[in-house]
Write a protein that binds this ligand. Structure first.
Ligand code: ZN
Ligand code: ZN
Length: 318
């Protein structure tokens, strides 16, 4: 790609967009393509990507920042207060850091930005009249709180034996494969509750808080109504049923919290010193934020193709 082209809009609708049509991942292609799936998983997992970062972070949290499972068998102020501080710091660094880079420092200007418009600074649509303050309020006061409650519930359940810990030695194959499978489970769960929240009455009551962000940024990812947060994080309850280790839970949590920050970034790439540092945005979901009635799922499972709500990004381009 010619770097100079990154400073010019690609068309009226989008300043920049990936190669279209924006497609689905190869998991459910028919006829099945095992080689493509293998290459896809290999490329995403064994190279620098959001997924590998979340995996590393899960290991760091479990081995360096967590008390023993025994300690967590009782709900005590000591470990819970540390957990709250750890999560607040992590969210501030990732969401705040990305927001600062893209929208405060304007570190890469418009390079790889999807929507040509800036964030809304003065709009009655948002709490406190500002997209940024609105997003911080709903993300932190509701989002981080409900995330922490789920995390405490799960860790405490591991600690007191309500969930049996599934160790690597109990079955290495399941231990490993459960990480990429979590993504598929997450996609399944996400599509159905998200579709449900688009029923007009629930949209108006709850989901509209998230959809104020027609042009989202990193802080918009977790900016939702508390009812939506409770449903969003309920995907974690799968660990009560399917054999898991706390590492799986942390990975799942980071995918939910930090993954949503990254996919709402509004930019496809973090571009530093004329190099791509990391792929972040999701153009597939950006289309959902702009047009509302399409792309309810995400690229893991092609529900939108099966149910006729797929917008591949090519229709409106002029
Ligand atoms: Zn929606
Ligand atoms: Zn969204």
């Amino acid at each position: 790609m010619n770097e100079n082209n990154l400073d010019k809009p690609m068309n009226k609708q989008w300043f920049w967009h990936p190669k279209l049509p924006v497609g689905f991942y190869p998991y459910f292609d028919w006829p099945p393509k095992p080689k493509e799936i293998f290459n896809f998983v290999f490329l995403r997992w064994l190279q620098k990507s959001d997924r590998t970062i979340f995996l590393l972070l899960s290991f760091m949290t479990f081995y360096l920042l967590m008390p023993s499972l025994d300690t967590m068998s009782t709900l005590s102020f000591d470990w819970i207060s540390k957990l709250i501080i750890r999560n607040l710091i992590l969210f501030t660094i990732v969401a705040g850091g990305l927001h600062w880079w893209f929208y405060v420092k304007k570190g890469q200007d418009m390079k790889f930005k999807y929507d040509p418009h800036p964030m809304k600074k003065k709009s009655k649509l948002f709490s406190f009249g500002s997209q940024t303050y609105d997003n911080i309020f709903w993300s932190v006061v509701s989002g981080v709180t409900i995330w922490i409650l789920y995390e405490i519930l799960l860790l405490w359940s591991f600690g007191n034996g309500k969930i049996d810990v599934f160790y690597f030695k109990d079955g290495w194959f399941w231990f490993i494969i459960w990480f990429p499978l979590l993504q598929i489970w997450q996609s399944f769960h996400f599509y159905w509750w998200h579709r449900f929240l688009h029923i007009p009455i629930f949209y108006k009551l709850f989901h509209s808080v998230h959809h104020r962000n027609v042009n989202p940024g990193p802080l918009s990812g977790l900016s939702m109504h508390p009812v939506e947060h409770v449903i969003y994080f309920s995907t974690l309850l799968i660990h009560f049923i399917i054999p898991s280790h706390p590492l799986h839970v942390f990975y799942h949590i980071y995918w939910l919290v930090l993954g949503t920050v990254s996919t709402h970034a509004g930019y496809e790439e973090i571009w530093v010193r004329r190099k791509s540092l990391l792929q972040v945005g999701s153009f597939f979901h950006q289309i959902h934020h702009r047009y509302f009635n399409c792309n309810y799922g995400n690229p893991e499972i092609p529900f939108d193709r099966w149910f006729g709500s797929y917008n591949d990004g090519t229709e409106e381009i002029k």
